[in-house]
Design a protein around this ligand. Structure first.
Ligand SMILES: [Zn+2]
Length: 258
């Protein structure tokens, strides 16, 4: 499940391959836009908004994509054959590069002027130019009874956190995922740490929250149910939390987090 930092890096790669160049091919393999053709339009930029990607053209068109669970964008030379067959949802190509979108959870075309329809619901973007920690904190606190593990995943509160960072942030702050938001005194510290964690990871693929990039050592609690806590040795727990079936399992140390 790509989180905000992975989407940020994907946007940068798409931007490098497409921006400033004229599309020589667009191939939408989703029923709603199967006949769309953006050939001849120049891509002006690709920007991330939370976990959403917006690729804009000089014709006032935005291609909105979202990776969801298994999606990815791959960049390859225009002359090579796009691999992936039935997994491909969208190809955008110029005379040098082609960007091949695999298993994208969202593919849609909309007027750039109407992007708010796609991303207007999002809270402050942790990696965005308009990052606003006070507004993120205000939105989180607006529903004080809600378990903090759920609130952090709600992209309307703040945009960019997925299941891995949620679990790791709460471990590092010593907060049980089921604690109500209203009982978390230092939400500002939690929000600040979220920003630093995504920012520190955005330039690399793969997530590291422990400072150790070796395989099997990258996380404190995420994916480690039944194994000893790296701090106290208590066995890490896991359980379902929240309404989103895609990202409901959470991990925590019952001793370090209260
Ligand atoms: Zn522990």
């Amino acid at each position: 499940m790509p989180e905000g930092d992975a989407v940020w890096l994907t946007a940068r790669r798409l931007h490098a391959a497409l921006a400033g160049r004229v599309l020589t091919r667009s191939d939408f393999r989703v029923p709603r836009f199967a006949t769309a053709d953006l050939t001849g339009q120049q891509v002006t930029e690709t920007v991330p908004r939370g976990k959403h990607l917006l690729t804009r053209t000089d014709a006032g068109i935005t291609v909105h994509t979202h990776l969801r669970m298994d999606g990815s964008w791959r960049i390859q030379p225009a002359a090579t054959r796009a691999s992936g067959g039935h997994r491909i949802r969208l190809i955008l190509a110029n005379d040098t590069w082609q960007a091949v979108g695999h298993l994208l959870g969202v593919v849609e075309i909309l007027p750039t002027a109407a992007e708010q329809r796609a991303v207007g619901h999002l809270g402050p973007d942790l990696l965005g130019p308009d990052w606003d920690p006070a507004e993120a904190e205000r939105r989180l606190r607006a529903d004080p009874a809600r378990p903090v593990g759920e609130a952090l995943l709600d992209q309307r509160n703040l945009a960019g956190i997925g299941n891995v960072y949620k679990a790791e942030l709460l471990f590092l702050r010593g907060i049980n995922p089921w604690r109500p938001v209203g009982d978390v005194a230092d939400i500002d510290a939690l929000v600040g740490l979220a920003r630093r964690m995504l920012d520190a990871n955005k330039e690399r693929s793969g997530m590291v929250t422990t400072g150790v990039a070796r395989r099997g050592e990258q996380t404190w609690v995420y994916g480690r149910a039944g194994r000893p806590c790296r701090r106290c040795g208590t066995l890490v727990k896991s359980a379902d939390q929240g309404r989103n079936p895609e990202e409901r399992i959470t991990y925590w140390c019952p001793r370090c987090q209260s």
